[in-house]
Design a protein around this ligand. Structure first.
Ligand SMILES: C[C@](O)(CO)[C@H](O)COP(=O)(O)OP(=O)(O)OC[C@H]1O[C@@H](n2ccc(N)nc2=O)[C@H](O)[C@@H]1O
Ligand SMILES: Nc1ncnc2c1ncn2[C@@H]1O[C@H](COP(=O)(O)OP(=O)(O)OP(=O)(O)O)[C@@H](O)[C@H]1O
Length: 284
C-alpha cells in the first residue's frame, strides 16, 4: 500500500502575551506563569505514511539542524516507541517561522507531527497522552497539542484554556538568536515575581520578566523594541528575540509594517484562540 500525501498541516507560532518567572526548581527548570495565544502565521507540514518504520524529513530550513536534534523526527520516533507502531513516514516541512525567536516554531512542529501522525497512523491516543509525550520534547509542546489559548503554570505544562482578545499583531524579528537556555541560566534573570491569580493577571498590565535582561544583552532587541513602541503597546515573546506590537485593526499593523526599516524583518498576524492545527485536524 502506498498512502497518499496528506498536505497542509499547520504549525502555528505562539506569543507569550505575558511571562512571569516565579522561581527555580531543583532540576533547573523555572516555575512560570504565562499566557499563550496562537497566531495565524505558521510552518506547514505534509506527511506520507509508509509501511516501513523509517522516518525521512525533507525541509527548507535555512539553518541546519541534525536529524537527531530535529524536533519533528524526535516527535515521530517517540510516538513510534510509545505505541510500538511499525509504520513510518516521509515528512515535508515548509519552514516559515523564524527559528529561535521565542515564537515556539520547533515546539509547534513537534506538536503538529504528534497530532498528525496520531491520526494518520490511526493510533487514537488521547490528547492528554500526546501532551505527555510532547512535554518530554519541550515545555512548550503541550499547549500546541491541546490547541487552545491558555494560561500556563508549572514549567508551562499546567494549562487552563482562556480567551484573550484576538488582536492583530506586528511581529518583528531582530537579527539575533537568543538562546532560551542562556537566558534561564543568567544570574541576572529576575525569578521572584509572586504567583498571582488568573483574575488579577488578566486585569494587570502585561509584561515579560525576561525582557529587561534580553534587551540589556542584545542591542538589536533593544533597538527593535524601541522602534515598535513608538507605534503600539509592544513587548517581547518568550525569551526573545521577537517582539510584537498590538493593534485593533489589520490596516494599522500593515501601515506600521510599511514604515519598517529594511534592516528589520517582520510580519502581521492575527491572534487565534483556537489553533489552526485543530481546524486542520477536524478536516481529516
Ligand atoms: C520560556 C518559554 O518560551 C515560554 O513559552 C518556554 O517555556 C520555553 O519552552 P521550550 O523552548 O519548549 O523550552 P525547553 O526546550 O523545554 O527548554 C529550553 C531550556 O530553557 C530552560 N527552561 C525552559 C522552560 C522552563 N519552564 N524553565 C526553564 O528553565 C531550560 O534551561 C531548558 O534547557
Ligand atoms: N523543527 C524545528 N524547527 C525549528 N527549530 C528546531 C527544530 N527542531 C529543532 N530545532 C532547534 O530548536 C531551536 C529553537 O527553535 P524554536 O524555533 O522552537 O525556538 P523558539 O521559537 O525560541 O522556541 P521557544 O519560544 O519555545 O524557546 C532551534 O535553534 C533549533 O536548533
Amino acid at each position: 500500500m502506498t498512502a497518499s500525501r496528506s498536505s497542509g498541516w499547520p504549525a502555528p507560532a505562539k506569543l507569550n502575551l505575558f511571562l512571569h518567572i516565579n522561581g527555580r526548581r531543583d532540576d533547573g527548570y523555572h516555575e512560570l506563569q504565562t499566557l499563550f495565544q496562537f497566531v495565524d502565521h505558521c510552518d506547514y507540514l505534509d506527511f506520507k505514511v509508509t509501511n516501513e518504520p523509517a522516518l525521512v524529513l525533507h525541509s527548507n530550513m535555512s539553518e541546519a539542524v541534525a536529524d537527531n536534534d530535529n524536533l519533528i523526527l524526535r516527535a515521530a520516533k517517540s510516538l513510534q516507541k510509545q505505541t510500538k507502531c511499525q509504520l513510518g513516514a516521509e515528512i515535508w516541512l515548509d519552514k516559515r517561522l523564524p527559528m529561535g525567536g521565542g515564537l515556539g516554531g520547533g515546539s509547534s512542529d513537534a506538536a503538529t507531527t504528534l497530532v498528525a501522525l496520531n491520526a494518520l497512523w490511526k493510533l487514537n491516543l488521547p490528547t492528554e497522552r500526546l501532551a505527555e509525550i510532547g512535554l518530554e520534547l519541550g515545555a512548550d509542546v503541550p499547549v500546541f497539542i491541546k490547541g487552545l489559548s491558555a494560561f500556563a503554570e508549572g514549567v508551562g505544562e499546567q494549562l487552563q484554556a482562556v480567551t484573550p482578545a484576538e488582536y492583530w499583531y506586528l511581529v518583528l524579528v531582530p537579527d539575533v538568536h537568543v538562546s532560551t537556555a542562556d537566558i534561564f541560566q543568567d544570574p541576572d534573570l529576575p525569578r521572584d515575581t509572586p504567583k498571582l491569580t488568573l483574575d488579577s493577571l488578566m486585569s494587570n498590565p502585561w509584561s515579560n520578566d525576561c525582557q529587561e535582561l534580553v534587551v540589556k544583552r542584545h542591542p538589536q532587541v533593544a533597538k527593535t523594541l524601541a522602534w515598535l513602541l513608538e507605534y503600539a503597546p509592544s513587548r517581547m515573546t518568550g525569551t526573545g528575540a521577537c517582539v510584537f506590537g498590538q493593534f485593533e485593526q489589520e490596516q494599522q499593523a500593515n501601515d506600521v509594517l510599511a514604515k519598517l526599516p529594511a534592516s528589520i524583518k517582520g510580519f502581521v498576524a492575527k491572534g487565534k484562540n483556537i489553533s489552526p492545527l485543530m481546524l486542520r485536524l477536524a478536516q481529516h
